[in-house]
Write a protein that binds this ligand. Structure first.
Ligand SMILES: NC(=O)c1ccc[n+]([C@@H]2O[C@H](COP(=O)([O-])OP(=O)(O)OC[C@H]3O[C@@H](n4cnc5c(N)ncnc54)[C@H](O)[C@@H]3O)[C@@H](O)[C@H]2O)c1
Length: 257
């Protein structure tokens, strides 16, 4: 009997495939037996990956993204699974925001995810089956900095719930993963400014470490698989315990360390 955790013969489209979590998503879905399409900003970001095919677009340009996806669907058919994983932020606090930056971070992280997935969801609904996993963030659940990005990540949760509720009758499931801090290229600019920054990160995490890219990827495989057939519209933190409570409060206030 085939394990419900396997994805043999299924097709998956992964955005941000060339990034840190993206590369682990490609590997995890391939290991589960899926055929993997990778999406990213340019082909060079995907050249090192083991992909069945690829598509490139800039999520900041919603119309170009939808057009690229339509062409992709015409050429490769409608995927069984989409992992909306691409993301970007630089504005760390409210002090770094202005109208242009706010709009840019919303455009990439929220509007782009809509532009990419809406045509696919329409095709999935016509077929009567489909599965979406959105990579949001703990920032979509509570404030940990990066306010514009966080608003977009909270928006992804609302969007996934809308899909779950309104397209469930079409056989479509949509779920969200909220990762905590993962050491990927997304942290390079912070570590360049402060090479010892990770020492400040770890005391916040009950597991005493950051999350590994493959831990996010394995959760995505689970949510996309038949093992999660009864799960839709949920948010799964993969956060080494960050959102379970306030470890530093316990350590510094109650234990007096
Ligand atoms: N690394 C973390 O600590 C962390 C924590 C929580 C959530 N996340 C989320 O996980 C996802 C993957 O992040 P990562 O850590 O692998 O970062 P990363 O920077 O390594 O990868 C991000 C990917 O998104 C792509 N991308 C960015 N802007 C794009 C655009 N305009 N158009 C198309 N593609 C674009 C990049 O090219 C890259 O491939 C993101 O959505 C991120 O917000 C990351």
């Amino acid at each position: 009997m085939t394990s419900p955790f396997r994805l043999d013969g299924q097709t998956v489209l992964i955005s941000g495939a060339g990034g840190g979590i993206g590369a682990s998503l490609v590997q995890a879905f391939r290991d589960a037996g899926a055929k993997v399409s990778g999406a990213d900003q340019d082909a060079a970001m995907l050249s090192h990956l083991d992909l069945d095919n690829s598509v490139t677009f800039d999520l900041a340009d919603a119309n170009a993204t939808s057009a690229a996806i339509s062409a992709y669907l015409d050429e490769h058919g409608t995927p069984n699974i989409v992992v909306s994983n691409a993301g970007f932020t630089r504005a760390e606090t409210l002090d770094h925001l202005d109208n242009a930056i706010w709009q840019s971070e919303l455009a990439i992280n929220l509007n782009g995810a809509y532009a990419m997935t809406a045509p696919i969801i329409a095709a999935m609904a016509e077929r009567g089956s489909g599965n979406l996993v959105f990579i949001s963030s703990v920032n979509g659940l509570a404030h940990y900095g990066n306010p514009a990005y966080s608003a977009a990540k909270a928006g992804l949760i609302a969007y996934a719930k809308a899909i779950a509720v309104e397209r469930g009758a079409n056989g479509i499931r949509a779920n969200v993963i909220a990762p905590g801090s993962v050491r990927t290229p997304a942290w390079d600019h912070r570590l360049a400014a402060n090479p010892r920054l990770l020492d400040n990160v770890l005391p916040h995490y009950p597991l005493g470490r950051m999350v590994l890219p493959m831990e996010v990827a394995n959760a995505a495989v689970f949510l996309a698989s038949a093992a999660a057939a009864g799960i839709t519209g949920t948010v799964l933190p993969v956060d080494a315990g960050l959102t379970a409570g306030n470890l530093r409060f316990v350590d510094e206030v109650l234990k007096g360390r």
